[in-house]
Write a protein that binds this ligand. Structure first.
Ligand SMILES: [Fe+2]
Length: 674
């Protein structure tokens, strides 16, 4: 016998048909409690009141607000009632939710719990509690919630519907099987688990056939009790960790998920736990326990593949990744994400596990398990080889002198490798990527910047803006610089015209430049650039023209004004590789009409932004994700006549006001800035 540790849980169990009617009153008296809070669930209320009738003088109050998963507000209400009536014990009659509510009361009050279960939940013999708060579930272990007394009466379970009984009973089998490799496994729990599997496997089909078969109901309840006791000390193994993720993340139904997964998990772990597999096989009366479990679930009318209960094939990889970190460290077979994905794929497809797999009576689950585990091992080895490449590439930057350079390059390598592994990048896809970058390089010159375009349409430019220009209360928001800024724009005087050779309706732009404290900023350098009425920037014309760009300084009072042309929506250059990328994505190349600004003042954060024309049809689908609500501005239309500065205009013209607010640069080391 190997060394082991085992927590034997205290608590009295009274088992027998009719025990709730005949023994409950005496057992309660034996405990010496006299002011019970009766907790009864839904349909069990009548039963509960009948059962409690003989001890009516000891029932000080009844709580019937039981709800599944024990919401915190239900727990609070039950606790308040217990306090209000001066309860000295809690009596629950019902399924797992009633027991759970009683446990919630015991958790904060320490009151002893007496449980009369009417289903096969098994929670009445565990010190585990659970509460839910909206989507969030919290569980814990506390000996105060372990019922002091459990009365098992199979007669109370006869009305439980067949399918619910089957699901609940199989759940108990899952507790037992998983307990063979769970962290708290020990010879005593294994003994109880094996006996429970034997009893449950025999009783389940009988109950499914005839729900009134009291003998089968008795066996089922006995098995559920043993399973609950075993699970209380072993805790969750691989199977429960998998089901928890599948249920929590993808909302798969609890009982069906357990029924489907269990045979696959057994087949997966069997090669690493031959003794457990053999004992489970003995209990099931089969040399091929995984196949026997699958057959049992089928007999009970439960589905066989995860795809039948709503899991999508493209969720398997993510599920495997989510499960990997919660796999118990000593699971008998290595269960990395890759191996788990193989396991999940079999369970998703509902592949036969065991005899059917090889089409012969002799090829058993062990074979299937070996295949699964073997495939898992092969994928694990593949994973290790890939990790090694990443590690080597990471290490090659470890000696870099500049810490920031090292950080950036190592992170880039990590993410780039993870990306390639996630999508399983093929060699021809890699070649396409290289070809794309090559074409982007060839088309880029002093006037065409395909890489900025690429960054723009991937949202990287806007993300970088967001990271580096953190929101500052009251300051004008930033947006992308775009690919059309050029450094040598002409200076224009205050009130001058930047239109140059750009065609379009005259547009008068005015406003102020201030700091966030309201202080005017005289002499601020305001640079603007925009497209003409045809949607082209000057640099997009081959004739070297200059127009639609210029810079000026704000007046002593912080005010500024200049003439330009009304901006137009335009497509980003889409005749290169980035255009092809947009087409492949079904995305358009359009940007809503806008005017670019770059505003600088000493001591203030440089602002790079646009103003967008309100009402533009492309505001909600900017190809480069640059639109921000606060930057959408009203452009007013005017008939021919003198402009605000007296300029005579014989054509309609436009005006816009844009007040610019700059954030003060934080002083001290590490101050952010562009
Ligand atoms: Fe632009």
């Amino acid at each position: 016998m190997e060394a082991f540790a085992c927590d034997a849980l205290p608590g009295r169990v009274v088992f027998g048909a009719g025990a709730a009617r005949t023994a409950l009153a005496d057992e309660v008296a034996r405990l010496g409690v006299s002011r019970l809070l009766l907790i009864a669930a839904g349909g069990g209320e009548t039963v509960a009141r009948d059962l409690a009738a003989p001890l009516a003088d000891r029932i000080a109050g009844t709580f019937t607000g039981v709800r599944p998963h024990v919401p915190v507000e239900v727990a609070d209400a039950a606790r308040k009632q217990a306090a209000a009536i001066g309860a000295d014990a809690v009596l629950s009659v019902g399924g797992g939710s009633a027991t759970g509510t009683a446990k919630a009361v015991a958790l904060t009050t320490g009151l002893p719990v007496i449980a009369v279960p009417t289903t096969y939940a098994g929670s009445e013999v565990t010190p585990v509690w659970g509460l839910s708060d909206g989507e969030r579930k919290t569980t814990g272990v506390d000996m105060r919630v372990l019922p002091r007394l459990v009365i098992y009466d199979p007669e109370l379970t006869v009305s439980l519907p067949g399918p619910l009984s089957a699901a609940s009973g199989l759940n108990a089998v899952a507790h037992c099987v998983d307990g063979f490799w769970a962290p708290g496994r020990n010879p005593v729990s294994a003994l109880a688990a094996a006996e429970a599997i034997r009893v449950l496997a025999a009783a389940l089909p009988a109950v499914a056939r005839d729900g009134t078969d009291l003998g089968a109901r008795s066996d089922l309840l006995y098995g559920a009790y043993l399973a609950g006791s075993a699970f209380a000390v072993t805790g969750s193994g691989l199977h429960h960790k998998i089901c928890h993720v599948l249920g929590g993340r993808y909302g798969l139904p609890h009982a069906q998920t357990h029924a489907i997964m269990l045979p696959y998990v057994l087949a997966f772990n069997a090669p690493g736990a031959p003794d457990a597999a053999s004992r489970i096989g003995q209990a099931l009366g089969s040399e091929h326990p995984a196949a026997a479990l699958q057959a049992l679930a089928a007999q009970l009318g439960l589905p066989r593949g995860l795809r039948e209960i709503g899991l999508a094939e493209d969720q398997l990889a993510e599920a495997a990744r989510l499960i990997e970190p919660v796999v118990p460290a000593d699971n008998p077979v290595p269960a990395g994400a890759a191996a788990l994905q193989v396991l999940l794929r079999h369970a998703w497809a509902g592949d036969p596990v065991g005899t059917e797999l090889a089409g012969t009576e002799l090829a058993g689950t062990e074979l299937a398990g070996t295949e699964l585990a073997g495939a898992g091992r092969a994928v694990e080895e593949q994973g290790a080889r890939e990790e090694a490449v990443t590690d080597e590439a990471l290490a090659s930057f470890a000696g870099a002198d500049a810490a920031r350079y090292r950080e950036i390059m190592q992170s880039l390598v990590r993410h780039l490798h993870a990306f390639a592994r996630e999508v399983r990048l093929t060699e021809s896809e890699w070649e396409q990527g290289i070809d794309f970058l090559t074409r982007a390089g060839h088309i880029t010159d002093d006037r065409r910047q395909e890489f900025i375009l690429l960054s723009d349409v991937l949202g990287l430019s806007m993300l970088t803006v967001a990271i580096n220009a953190p929101a500052s209360a009251g300051a004008t928001e930033s947006t992308v610089v775009g690919p059309f800024f050029v450094a040598d724009a002409p200076e224009v005087p205050l009130g001058g015209d930047i239109a140059g050779e750009a065609k379009g309706r005259p547009c008068y732009v005015s406003g102020t430049v201030q700091g966030t404290g309201g202080e005017p900023l005289p002499g601020a350098r305001i640079e603007v650039w925009e497209s003409d009425e045809d949607g082209f920037y000057d640099v997009q014309y081959p004739d070297g023209r200059i127009g639609g760009r210029g810079w000026l300084r704000s007046a002593p009072d912080g005010g500024y004004r200049f003439w330009s042309v009304r901006p137009a929506p335009y497509p980003i250059p889409d005749d290169g590789p980035v255009g092809a990328l947009l087409t492949a994505a079904g995305r358009g190349p359009m940007r809503p009409a806008h005017l670019h600004f770059k505003v600088e003042a000493p001591g203030y954060r440089t602002l790079i932004t646009h103003i967008f024309v309100a009402g533009d049809p492309y505001l909600d689908r900017d190809a480069v994700f640059g639109v921000k609500e606060s930057l959408i501005t009203d452009f007013a239309e005017h008939p021919p006549g003198p402009g605000p500065d007296g300029r005579p205009l014989d054509e309609p013209w436009t005006s816009v006001r844009f007040d610019i607010v700059l954030a003060r640069l934080a002083s001290g080391p590490g101050s952010p800035g562009i």
